[in-house]
Structure formats: structure tokens, C-alpha cells
Design a protein. Structure first.
Length: 141
């Protein structure tokens, strides 16, 4: 139970899940598996097919796109979330800068949560739309 409470704390502060209720967050946390990756481990590789998303519970990771560093991620960050919606190719490579503890959520498990809590999809689509608009403004002004 301590692991789930710890996961909830990080999910709550993730922009993607911030509008979810505690009950919804608990369902998401239970749908995932906690995994620890060593420093230098490649969590995902650009171009590979995505089948899951990762929420960083502790540690730091670097995001590279076409070999160029574009971001550093920390606790509460979600990566690979587009894979919750499709099996498209990864848009970036993510490498652990430190040992990272992550919550891994497969697309199938996440969709099962959505089936149990349909209102969750509305919240998540809103959060994704906000991120798309932010990226659009950053790119086009």
C-alpha cells in the first residue's frame, strides 16, 4: 500500500493527471508496475513502437530527439503518454541520468482503467489538448 500512496503523490503532480480524483489516481497507480532502471538505461528509443507510458517516481532522465538533448525530466514527469492512445513510433529517446524508479503503464491496462472510469478520458483529453496548444504556441508563436 505504501508503494501505491507514493505513486499517487507523483501522479497528482503530473500535469497529465492533475485533474484526476484520488480514486482515479489510485486506479491508474494500480494499473502500473513499479520498475527501477539503472543510470544510463534507455527507457525508450526514438522510432521504436510504443506500448506503454512511464511516470518518473524518482530520479532524472534526458530526452533526446534526433540525438540532440531537448529536455531533462524529473519526478512526476510522464513520458511515452502518446502510446496510451496509439502504437505509433516514439518521438524521442529517453535515457536515465540517475537511477530512476518509474511506474510503467501499458496501453491495455490504461484502457481498462478508462473503461471503468469513462470520465477519466475527458480529463486526459483536456490535458493533452492543453499540451498540444502549448507546443503549437512555442513552435509558431
Amino acid at each position: 500500500m505504501t508503494e501505491i500512496k507514493n505513486s499517487l503523490k507523483h501522479l497528482r503532480y503530473s500535469p497529465l493527471f492533475s485533474s484526476c480524483s484520488s480514486k482515479d489516481l489510485e486506479r491508474i497507480a494500480k494499473a502500473g508496475d513499479r520498475v527501477t532502471f539503472a543510470k544510463g538505461f534507455t527507457i525508450m528509443k526514438q522510432g521504436d513502437s510504443g506500448r506503454e507510458a512511464f511516470i518518473i517516481l524518482s530520479g532524472k532522465a534526458t530526452v533526446k530527439r534526433s540525438g540532440k538533448k531537448v529536455a531533462t525530466l524529473g519526478t512526476g514527469t510522464v513520458v511515452g503518454e502518446l502510446s496510451l492512445l496509439d502504437h505509433g513510433p516514439r518521438t524521442a529517446t529517453v535515457i536515465c541520468d540517475t537511477e530512476c524508479e518509474v511506474l510503467v503503464i501499458s496501453r491495455g491496462n490504461f484502457l481498462a482503467v478508462i473503461d471503468k472510469v469513462p470520465a477519466l478520458s475527458h480529463k486526459l483529453f483536456g490535458a493533452l489538448a492543453t499540451r498540444i496548444r502549448d507546443l503549437d504556441r512555442a513552435y509558431f508563436g
